[in-house]
Design a protein around this ligand. Structure first.
Ligand code: DC
Length: 230
């Protein structure tokens, strides 16, 4: 069986997977694809346009008519209908909306096609929740990155404070993280779970440099073994 040239990085929010995925892509010189940003963008746009986040004709029509663009330039990681959403989608309120929209089968199916198309011609690091299980079960490297709920909540709080949002307490953030974990893991379509052949990486007590070194070494030797040029 020929394998896809995708390095799949899945895991719950706050696990550190985004930082790892970005740095790995940079260090390997390949495209970085953040699939969470896609769910966030669609959720943000539905909110802006007062489109109900439920299955049905209005969602189908929205998906049929929008123009989603990914990776057009370094300033514009993600655009919908020409509007650069790269920064706006990082707000805390959008996280909740993204978790809701990610349960809708039409949305998952639309993004599944979009993600497969985007990665069809290039080597890439793709991060999300279902990349190694559903989007690219034949990815040549798969990692499931996680950390304890306490560590992940503290990281999320630090990110919010860094972004100028000082309104949340650690307890509130932890309650949100637990709620999102439950909905990501229990949804009917493409729930968050480790692929049986993914390598588990627990970042609770690891430093970033160690994680990267370990993953990059493994990826380079696997790529060489199966003839992928990095
Ligand atoms: O990784 P993130 O926090 O930006 O993801 C935002 C939401 O999108 C999160 O609730 C999980 C969901 N998501 C998903 O269901 N599948 C993916 N491949 C990526 C994200």
């Amino acid at each position: 069986m020929s394998l896809s040239k995708v390095i799949a990085i899945d895991g719950p929010s706050g696990s550190g997977k985004s930082t790892i995925a970005k740095e790995l892509a940079q260090s390997l010189g390949v495209l970085y694809i953040d699939t969470g940003a896609m769910f966030r963008s669609l959720a943000y746009m539905c909110e802006q346009r007062s489109i109900a986040m439920t299955s049905g004709p209005s969602m189908e029509n929205f998906l049929k008519t929008i123009k989603l663009e990914y990776g057009k330039s370094s300033e514009c990681l993600i655009c919908v209908d020409g509007e650069n959403l790269t920064t706006k989608i990082r707000e805390h309120s959008v996280s909740k909306l993204a978790s809701i929209i990610s349960q809708i089968p039409e949305v998952r199916s639309y993004l599944l096609n979009f993600q497969r198309e985007l990665a069809s011609k290039v080597v890439c690091v793709m991060e999300g929740r279902d990349i190694g299980t559903v989007v690219f079960p034949d990815a040549f490297c798969k990692f499931f990155v996680t950390a304890s709920v306490e560590v992940r909540s503290q990281r999320r709080l630090d990110q919010l404070i860094e972004g100028g949002d000082n309104e949340m307490s650690l307890d509130q953030v932890m309650a949100d993280v637990k709620k999102r974990d439950a909905s990501d893991m229990n949804r009917e379509v493409a729930p968050l779970k480790k692929a049986s052949d993914a390598i588990l990486v627990d970042t609770s007590e690891m430093n970033q440099a160690e994680v990267l070194k370990e993953l990059e070494g493994g990826i380079r030797s696997k790529a060489k073994e199966i003839g992928i040029n990095l």
